[in-house]
Ligand binder design. Structure first.
Ligand SMILES: *Cc1c(COP(=O)(O)O)cnc(C)c1O
Length: 467
């Protein structure tokens, strides 16, 4: 029998990886060149047919060997990608990852620490504790507790969805015995919040109107006055559709007044923490019991890089869990860190490594500059649209989302423009229904995008507008 394929780790791993990485990097470059734009042209049928032709038999009796498999499949994926590194790929909160973060992620794959027990991740678990503490401090600062010093903490999640689920779970457990927790959100809240309520067996959420795109405090006040029992208000710092930030401080006051717990979903907006000029938009963030962050949005990480921050480590006690093979009492007493209470998952990737490398490499200033770059760009793009007689602008952007529509176009035309550009492989724009109208959505997350790219985007939209 021939010897088994080489491994990624150990002293031999890097030597085995190097030629394979050359193959991967060449295939990435050639695939992107073959695509020649933000996404492949032709739509789903064409892309699927091409992918199937390139990929061939997915499970052959006899394998092709690593070189062919890597070259073929990486090329196919790159050629058929909607690549957020392309300036005109700007629909979703789908960021182009930084090369340095992706390089760090390779090391995570090579070493493969699993974050469910210390004996699988000795340094990785220490790094996770160090970096999540630093990020939790970034959210909560050093605000001392009333009776004792606080130690903010954060858990690593697969994204905002999992972080929101954990936030609802912690709220449910904090009120255990006090009756079911009633979730109250603004109309612009993320769909993962009502879904989490459903998952956790909580009552149907109450939705408070958000007539201007953000949660209306007067309507929230009224809703909280009417509701009996424990309440969790979920505010949003950076709505997915429009990038708007709810009046966090005012909402926190109302929560205090009505004895409601506050969660802030800052999956998009938390990036502003790094911007010295825009950080003030997040005033009140530290008053939430839990905060969702998502560094695969305004943090330029490859997926996944979510976090849930809590005000004090003890707020996570509800997640305490035991499995003898991972955290036996005598091991924990002997000083082996207990990691099971840091997630609902068991086996877990060390997503903290790429985050740690990025924070260290760029520092607060470097990350803040990236955040400011894309937000400034959105402002400039919005100004251009506002000054253009052929387009309507939804609102001045708070973050990096710009909603616009050709003046007077019916909704059906908006949807048609988006699909035409997708099918032609020319641009990836999103859509959002607000103010009773359908809007085109550009979510600007690429710090390399130039004004000329966005001017070209407007031309493409004009050219695809039915007359
Ligand atoms: C993106 C987003 C989420 C969900 O995050 P995932 O990482 O996609 O799970 C939650 N809330 C808001 C406000 C978001 O923008």
């Amino acid at each position: 029998m021939s010897s088994p394929p080489p491994l990624a780790g150990g002293t031999e791993g890097p030597g085995a990886l190097r030629p394979l990485l050359d193959t991967v990097l060449d295939a990435l470059r050639d695939g992107a060149t073959a695509r020649g734009g933000p996404l492949p042209a032709g739509g789903p049928h064409t892309v699927t047919t091409r992918l199937r032709a390139l990929a061939g038999d997915p499970l052959p009796d006899h394998g092709t060997g690593p070189d062919t498999a890597l070259r073929t499949l990486v090329h196919a994926l790159a050629e058929g990608a909607a690549d957020p590194a392309e300036p005109l790929c700007a629909a979703h909160l789908h960021c182009p990852p930084l090369a340095l973060a992706t390089a760090a992620d390779l090391a995570a794959s090579a070493l493969n620490p699993s974050m469910d027990s210390w004996d699988q991740a000795p340094a990785a678990s220490a790094l996770e504790a160090l970096v999540t503490d630093a990020l939790a401090h970034e959210v909560y600062g050093d605000t001392p507790g009333t009776d004792r010093p606080r130690h903010p903490a954060a858990l690593v999640t697969t994204g905002g969805t999992e972080a929101n689920q954990l936030a609802l779970l912690l709220a449910r457990e904090a009120h255990a015995g006090g009756g079911p927790v009633q979730l109250v959100t603004g109309a612009g809240a993320h769909h993962s919040l009502p879904r989490a309520a459903w998952l956790l067996g909580l009552p149907e959420p109450v939705t408070v109107p958000a007539p201007t795109g953000t949660l209306d405090p007067a309507a929230l006040d009224e809703a909280l006055t009417d509701l009996p029992g424990p309440k969790l208000v979920a505010a949003t710092a950076g709505t997915t559709d429009a990038g708007l930030i709810d009046p966090l401080d005012e909402i926190a006051d109302l929560c205090d007044r009505h004895g409601a717990r506050l969660h802030i979903d800052a999956a998009y907006g938390a990036g502003l923490l790094f911007s010295p000029t825009r950080r003030t938009h997040l005033t009140g963030l530290d008053r939430a019991a839990t905060v969702t962050l998502d560094l695969h949005k305004l943090g330029w990480q490859p997926v996944a890089a979510g976090l849930l921050a809590v005000r004090d480590t003890t707020d996570l006690d509800a997640l305490t869990h035991q499995a003898d093979y991972l955290n036996a009492d005598d091991d924990t007493e002997a000083g082996l860190p207990d990691l099971l209470g840091r997630s609902l998952r068991t086996t877990r990737r060390p997503d903290i490594l790429k985050i740690a490398v990025t924070l260290k490499a760029l520092g607060r200033t470097g990350l803040g500059a990236l955040v400011d770059q894309v937000c400034d760009q959105a402002q400039e793009f919005a100004d251009t649209i506002d000054a253009h007689p052929g387009f309507d602008l939804y609102d001045t952007p708070t973050l990096s989302t710009v909603l616009f529509r050709p003046h007077g176009a019916p909704d059906a035309h908006i949807a048609h423009i988006r699909r035409t550009l997708l099918t032609q492989g020319r641009a990836v724009l999103g859509r959002a229904h607000l103010d009773g109208k359908l809007w085109l959505k550009a979510t600007l997350l690429n710090p390399h995008t130039q004004s000329g790219d966005l001017a070209q985007l407007l031309k493409l939209v004009e050219g695809s507008t039915p007359r």
